[in-house]
Design a protein around this ligand. Structure first.
Ligand code: SF4
Length: 632
């Protein structure tokens, strides 16, 4: 196998390719922090493909989002110019991959489980729902023709979906049939870390876990993702859907004298009581046995009686789902979902989970997973795993948290000129909660300094707030008007298309300002090359809000690493800030500056920020030295 790296190498790139290749050849794990410009996707894919060459093993490239698969396809195409390589990108069922969902929009909000169930039934084609025409049209898609298309064109996922659409065949099933021929697969995290999905996925690939080589992209997200996989949550609003479904069914009995509505009422009462007794601020700890004991107490049932009631709910849910499936509808039952939640809640271990009541407009019960170790098990069983991110330090903690105790941990700095980026912090302001909320003058100082720093230079500027709440406070205080420049927004819960529209307008507006949050979609996932973004203002340190969940994570970090605050609060905040600053430099010619408006930056390791007494002068000095003269 030739050297597969498809570009003239920048400093450090050959080292990463070598590390990945040797890790894959020898088996093991590599945890790599690689700075901007190291070409993480190209170096890891080339190294891993060199490592599996001639072994029959396959590379599974895991991305957090579907859109990140595009970059993997682009690099596979570049590598494909040097050697015959087949990359297949697989995504879950969506209107893009399952044309039946486009035909019938009522399927569009189906869960992966519901769609999988309906799809299985339609592929069999023996039930009342009939057969899926896109599956029927499939024929032998693994023919030489489709393979030749993959090898020759190296299509991006969207192009492949168009190819299938033009032939009237199902993209999802076509991809599955092509997987055995792939050298590398781009997949989202769920394909590898959801146990039920992984089993099928390996079957489609026709390999065993020990023959899989896994690359984890944007790996700093992985521990939280794995916690989420093992967390279960149930909200008061969902209970209303259960009650409505029960009403449509004539309120069925699920155990001796106990109807679905009785059961729902009791859980609603338990949530209310838990709020009164345990909620402090956003959330509160529940005793591990709280839910079961309350259910037994309020319903006058033994443990066996509760188990029978949950079984009754599950059976009722199954018949609702089967009836829907027969009519080509999503096999959905809210009653069945309640049964699954109660079963999952009871399976949670108090050594790895905390049980919480969550407040707010839609209160919920949550069993929150603290320890990602268990869900990370496939990483410890595969041939090799490579974890990359621009912001992964401290690497040893990351490896230990996932149980990769022998991992090779290395940092590769950015090959771009270090003086192209300057990060400074102001010493006279802070977003410390007690300060900002107890002293109106402190907020006014911060507001005035933010405006002054933004006005120091008219370059495309992103202002990153530590929370949406503080952003709103700035908006209410009239900051956008005061800036006198077009201002664009990343808002909480904003649909992706609306955000992209705001970002596109920001890029076009010379001297525009983008209000966003540290740790949000702008700061973590978007590229702003050249003059699209030259200046970042970080208003404060994005520490997580104090909460019971946060306290539990601090305790967990203390037990696992001997540094609870560091692990649960400081490191995630620094990562978010580094991600935000990282938006500034995307190529060797980019120059950018970040100003942190919080004196507490002095206490953060891993953030190369220097103190300045006059941030406005520092900004003017930096941009004054730039090739382009500063605006008014
Ligand atoms: S076979 Fe394809 S188009 Fe048909 S239901 Fe399944 S995923 Fe959708």
């Amino acid at each position: 196998m030739p050297d597969l790296f498809p570009y003239p190498p920048r400093p450090g790139q050959a080292g990463i390719v070598r590390l990945v290749r040797e890790t894959v050849r020898n088996g093991g794990d590599a945890v790599i922090e690689s700075g901007t410009g190291t070409g993480k996707t190209a170096v890891s894919l080339a190294g891993a493909l060199e490592g599996v060459a001639g072994t029959g093993r396959k590379v599974i490239y895991l991305t957090r989002t579907k859109s990140q698969q595009r970059q993997v396809a682009v690099e596979a195409k570049a590598i494909g110019a040097r050697a015959p390589v087949i990359l297949v990108a697989i995504q879950g069922r969506s209107p893009a991959t399952c044309p039946l969902m486009t035909d019938d929009p009522s399927l569009a909000d189906g869960t992966a489980e519901e769609l999988s169930k309906l799809c299985s039934e339609l592929k069999k084609g023996t039930g009342p729902a009939g057969q899926c025409p896109y599956f029927e049209a499939l024929g032998s898609v693994e023919s030489e023709q489709t393979l030749a298309y993959l090898k020759g064109e190296h299509p991006e996922p969207e192009e492949f979906f168009v190819y299938c659409k033009e032939r009237g065949i199902c993209p999802y099933e076509t991809v599955k049939r092509l997987l055995p021929y792939a050298d590398a697969v781009a997949a989202t995290y769920a394909f590898f870390f959801e146990p039920n999905v992984l089993r099928h996925f390996l079957g489609w690939l026709n390999i065993q876990l020990k023959d899989a080589v896994v690359i984890v992209d944007e790996a700093h997200n992985l521990p939280d993702y794995l916690r989420e996989v093992n967390t279960c949550r149930y909200s008061a609003r969902t209970l209303e859907l259960v009650a409505a479904e029960a009403g449509r069914l004539g309120n069925p009995e699920i155990a001796q004298g106990l109807t679905v509505t009785d059961f729902v009422q009791v859980i609603q009462d338990i949530i209310g009581a838990a709020q009164d007794k345990f909620l402090h601020g956003d959330d509160g700890f529940l005793p591990p046995d709280y839910l079961n004991e309350e259910l037994m107490d309020r319903l006058g049932l033994s443990t066996t009686g509760i188990t029978a009631a949950v079984k009754g709910l599950a059976e009722c849910g199954e018949s609702v789902a089967a009836a829907a499936e027969a009519k080509r509808r999503l096999p959905r039952s809210h009653i069945g979902a309640l049964a699954r939640f109660l079963t999952a809640w009871n399976a949670c271990d108090e050594n790895t989970h905390v049980f919480l009541i969550i407040g707010g407009r839609n209160p919920a019960l949550e069993s929150f997973c603290l320890d990602p170790w268990e869900v990370a098990q496939p990483l410890r069983e595969c041939r090799a795993s490579v974890h990359l991110s621009g912001t992964l330090a401290p690497l040893e903690d990351y490896a230990r948290e996932l149980g990769l105790d022998q991992a090779d941990c290395e940092i590769f700095p950015s090959p771009f000129p270090p003086d192209h980026l300057q990060v400074v912090y102001a010493e006279d302001v802070s977003t410390k909660f007690a300060e900002l909320n107890g002293d109106p003058a402190a907020f006014e100082r911060l507001r005035a300094e933010t405006v002054a720093v933004c006005q120091a230079v008219r370059r495309n500027t992103a202002v990153f707030f530590p929370s949406y709440a503080l952003m709103e406070r700035f908006i209410d205080a009239g900051v956008p008007d005061e800036l006198g420049r077009p201002v664009y927004y990343e808002r909480a819960g904003m649909p992706q298309e609306d955000l992209m529209e705001q970002v596109a307008e920001f890029r076009m507006a010379a001297g525009g300002v983008l209000f966003a949050v540290s740790g949000g979609r702008v700061s973590e996932g978007l590229d702003f090359p050249g003059q699209d973004l030259e200046f970042a203002v970080l208003v404060g340190i994005p520490y997580a809000r104090p909460s019971a969940k946060q306290d539990a994570l601090i305790r967990y970090g203390q037990n696992r690493f001997g540094s609870g605050w560091e692990h649960a609060v400081k490191v995630p905040a620094v990562r978010k800030m580094r991600q935000a600053v990282g938006r500034l430099i995307r190529s060797e010619t980019d120059r950018g500056m970040a100003v942190i408006l919080d004196r507490r930056a002095a206490t953060l390791e891993g953030l190369p920020a220097k103190p300045v007494s006059d941030p406005v002068a520092a900004v003017r000095s930096f941009f004054g030295a730039a090739s382009r003269p500063p605006g008014p």
